[in-house]
Ligand binder design. Structure first.
Ligand code: TPP
Length: 712
């Protein structure tokens, strides 16, 4: 292991797998001492035997659909896994991390059940066999893993930030010394998530270890396509607050020393560390990959650095295990793996009737959100108090955030500019002064980082309430957003990441443009596992936000820009315990000839248009679109026989299509006119007000459509 005093790593160049002499054996091993080498040998052999049985039997026989071997990476991962013994250690990992999982407590039978998609696999057959998650057993909590390369980093940073918060704000002293690890390949260092997490960890000096397993390739692409000269550690040499270590991941003592000293650095509160270990990838990227892109010399070099061979040599040379004992150990492990395979194959396939379970909260998850740790919150009421002060939408959101933060010390509010400035829309103004910079804080400019870290924070028992500045800018977080929504399902209910993501949407009061005026709720409605609220007034905002903050599911809280500070949205404050259930539409006008269904700012345009037809038009404000109040909509359309859906989001594949399809299917016989929709034209919102008026539904257009439908 080579580590520079100045934090600049000394590259190993082509001697990446260099031998370590007795000096290194005597070197400082941090606070960890020597590992249990017998256990290391057992786990490395176990991992290799599982890969072998998969590559030689299960994959060729078609019994497993996706085989990814970890051969070559085992030693470094096992040493790391065995070192994470603080009860609050956690790791974000990737698809080649099975040896780490075995070292963290996964059994051979579970591993094989995962490959074969049998009952007993951690995901119950839902996720790819090598994509794991695991609540803590004897070592690290393994955070829900994603198939997207690079997404493991920011959730791990979120866990590290939550460790800091729980110590500093909640006073949990026993957390001291815990770390978050994020492991990834050399290809992953080019991904957004990696850079976002490096920024978060270094700016906040988080207890985080980046563990880069450099096998020289991302599938077939050499690592110098990912970072100049293929070495992320040397390229990061001038990054502040980042300790850098490089080592061979195949030389037992060198790898161990590097892991021990890196962890020592992080555990002692000195900030993050990036440890790059050089390893060979001894198989193709997946089973079918025959590595034709590697030269013969490269393949020979890989084989010459097999960590299993190196480990055996080391154990023998150090008089820890003689070769006959090693052979015996290997035979025993081979027998164990065969027995585990018999048991895994005997297990039932996952129950088909359960496939839709765990999309949303049903029962307590093992880990994530406030529920498992029984955060004690006062009771709520569905009845608004009368006589409260008049507040607008912005005040409603701010007051509810503050009130809930006072009730719930695990709730944190963060995002770009939400701290001293109070948000670019002023929603969080004064909150930092009143609740402190630990609880209301600015973040680096990375939406991926804001949502990704929220995952780790939520799994670590906090309630993250991030703000994204505009709906368009939330696009940068999309990869993490989709992963949040499926996290509970993917882990078969073992993990959950409830969070409330606030995003301003829609046109401003006077103008718009393509960047600040997008609505885009249909894109989110199409995502799995998210709930969506779009309040049109202050009372609803209080009730829906509180319900979201007390809930167990990830929720988008969409705040219409034109309503934030607007007399239209003003209502009496309904009180500090008021909650409004999701999926309950409000009836704003009552009529018996036409049902208009709408939400957000369009509510006011529809009500104004309907005023010209008193007693004829029912206007329903959906208030939430996931779930949406199908019952109330269908009940009204059955009475009126006609429906018009109006929204500010664009037309094609907009949410109106979903509502209309449901009405057509559930209430076809009662219809007296074509089902109609009025939406923004399929066009970005233009900057010029004249152009904008051309595409966004106006009161006049809505009135004409109502007139047409009434006359039909
Ligand atoms: C976001 C994303 N893009 C592309 C892929 C397809 N893919 C899977 S693995 C991989 C290479 C990753 O290489 P590296 O990070 O070096 O890890 P290794 O497989 O070498 O251990 C790619 C491109 C993916 N899973 N996710």
């Amino acid at each position: 292991m080579i580590k520079s005093e100045t934090s600049k790593p000394v590259p190993l160049d082509n001697a990446a797998f260099q031998e370590v002499g007795s000096d290194a054996m005597a070197a400082n091993l941090g606070g960890l001492g020597e590992p249990d080498w017998l256990e290391v040998a057992r786990l490395v052999l176990l991992s290799r035997k599982i890969d072998q049985i998969e590559e030689e039997q299960l994959a060729p026989q078609g019994k497993m659909k996706l085989q990814l071997s970890s051969a070559g990476h085992e030693l470094a991962q096992v040493l790391l896994g065995l070192s994470l013994n603080h009860p609050w250690d956690a790791a974000g990992i990737y698809y080649r991390s099975r040896p780490f999982l075995l070292a963290s407590g996964l059994s051979a039978q579970e591993a094989l059940a995962a490959s074969l998609a049998r009952t007993g696999s951690p995901s119950e057959g839902r996720d790819v066999g090598v994509v794991f998650s695991m609540p803590r057993r004897n070592r690290a909590t393994v955070l829900p893993t994603s198939g997207n390369v690079g997404t493991q980093y920011t959730p791990a940073a979120g866990w590290a930030q939550a460790l800091q918060y729980r110590q500093r704000v909640l006073g949990e002293k026993t957390i001291a010394g815990a770390v978050a690890v994020a492991a990834g390949g050399d290809g992953s260092v080019a991904a957004n998530g990696f850079w976002s997490a490096v920024t978060i960890a270094t700016t906040l000096k988080l207890p985080m270890l980046f563990f880069i397993e450099d096998n020289g390739f991302g599938i077939s692409v050499p690592s110098d396509y990912q970072t100049p000269h293929g070495n992320i550690a040397t390229n990061l040499a001038s990054f502040g607050n980042l300790e850098l270590v490089e080592a061979s991941g195949t030389e037992p003592l060198q790898a161990w020393q590097a892991i021990a000293s890196s962890l020592d650095h992080v555990r002692s509160g000195k900030g993050p560390c990036l440890l790059k270990v050089k390893v060979p990838r001894l198989s193709g990227h997946i089973f079918s990959d025959k590595q034709k892109y590697k030269s013969v010399a490269q393949l020979d070099d890989d084989a010459a650095h097999d960590p299993l061979v190196k480990l055996k040599e080391f154990l023998h040379a150090a008089n820890i295990l003689a070769m006959p004992q090693l052979d015996e150990l290997e035979q025993n492990i081979e027998r164990d793996v065969k027995e585990a395979l018999v048991a895994a194959e005997k297990a039932e396939p996952p129950p088909r009737a359960d496939v839709l379970k765990h999309m949303f909260f049903e029962s307590d998850p093992i880990q994530g959100g406030l529920r498992p740790e029984k955060a004690n919150l006062p009771s709520v009421s569905n009845i608004p108090h009368s006589g409260g002060a008049v507040i607008d939408l912005r005040e409603a959101i701010r007051c509810t955030l503050e009130q809930e933060m006072r009730e719930n010390e695990r709730m944190i509010v963060f995002g770009e500019d939400v701290g001293a400035l109070g948000g670019i829309h002023g929603v969080t103004r004064t909150l930092q002064d009143r609740l402190g910079a630990d609880r209301v804080f600015d973040t680096s400019l990375s939406e991926e980082g804001i949502i990704g870290r929220s995952i780790g924070m939520a799994v670590c028992g906090l309630l993250p309430v991030p703000e994204l500045q505009f709906r368009k800018y939330a696009d940068a977080a999309h990869e993490q957003i989709t992963d949040v929504g499926t996290l509970r399902w993917r882990t078969a209910g073992k993990f959950a990441a409830p969070m409330v993501v606030r995003i301003p949407v829609g046109c401003g009061r006077k103008n718009g443009d393509p960047w600040h005026s997008m609505s885009g709720e249909a894109i989110y409605a199409h995502l799995l596992g998210w709930r969506i609220a779009i309040p049109s007034n202050a009372e609803d905002a209080v009730g829906l936000l509180r319900t979201a903050l007390r809930g167990d599911d990830p929720t988008f809280f969409l705040e219409h820009r034109a309503l934030l500070v607007n007399p239209l949205s003003e209502r009496n404050d309904p009180g500090d315990d008021f909650c409004l259930p999701f999926g309950a539409a409000a009836t704003l006008t009552q009529g018996d000839r036409l049902t208009v269904i709408t939400w957000g700012e369009m509510v006011y345009r529809c009500v104004e248009a309907a005023e010209s037809f008193a007693g004829l038009v029912t206007v329903l404000d959906l208030r939430t679109i996931v779930p949406w109040d199908q019952e109330r909509v269908l009940e009204s359309v059955r009475q009126t026989g006609k429906a018009l859906v109006v929204h500010e989001d664009t037309l094609t594949a907009g949410f109106a299509g979903e509502i209309i399809a449901t009405i057509a299917s559930e209430s076809f016989d009662t219809l007296k006119a074509p089902l109609e929709r009025l939406c923004t034209a399929d066009c970005p919102i233009p900057y010029d007000v004249g152009l904008m008026a051309q595409v966004v539904p106006s009161v006049d257009q809505i009135r004409s459509k109502i007139e047409y439908l009434l006359a039909y």
